[in-house]
Design a protein around this ligand. Structure first.
Ligand SMILES: [Fe+2]
Length: 131
């Protein structure tokens, strides 16, 4: 039986529109609020239609030396053009960007996961140094 982790796809975000791109500082002071945003389609726009869109982004932090990551938060993108008239008939399309904040006393790795309703699960990551 395949493992769930094998379903998480990754690639260079400059060439692959599904990868969540993490925008966060390279380093922070202990206890300082760290602002993170994760955007899908930063370099190459991902479609945002009723039939093809990004459903959610979740952001995690894995502190150095710890066994498990922590989920910082998860954002659902709920509007993709559907209305009572049918698919792609509204003027509302949620942009696939998640912004969250957290603090930590340890360095580690920020991870983001995204889910496309057609093309599945994608991941991105970024190191965070803490002093
Ligand atoms: Fe897609």
């Amino acid at each position: 039986m395949p493992l769930f982790k094998d379903l998480l796809q990754s690639a260079d975000w400059k060439a692959e529109k599904h990868v969540p791109v993490i925008d966060a500082p390279d380093k922070a002071k202990k206890g300082e609020i760290v602002k993170i945003s994760a955007t899908v389609g930063k370099e190459i726009a991902h479609p945002n239609k009723t039939e093809h869109h990004i459903c959610w982004v979740a952001i995690y932090f894995h502190p150095e030396g710890e066994k498990f990551p922590y989920q910082i938060g998860r954002v659902e993108f709920s509007s993709h053009g559907s209305s009572v008239q049918g698919p792609d008939t509204s003027s509302v399309y949620t942009h696939p960007e998640a912004s969250l904040s957290f603090k930590t006393d340890k360095a580690g790795v920020i991870y983001a996961a995204s889910y496309c309703n057609i093309h599945g699960l994608w991941q991105g990551s970024k190191d965070l140094k803490v002093s």
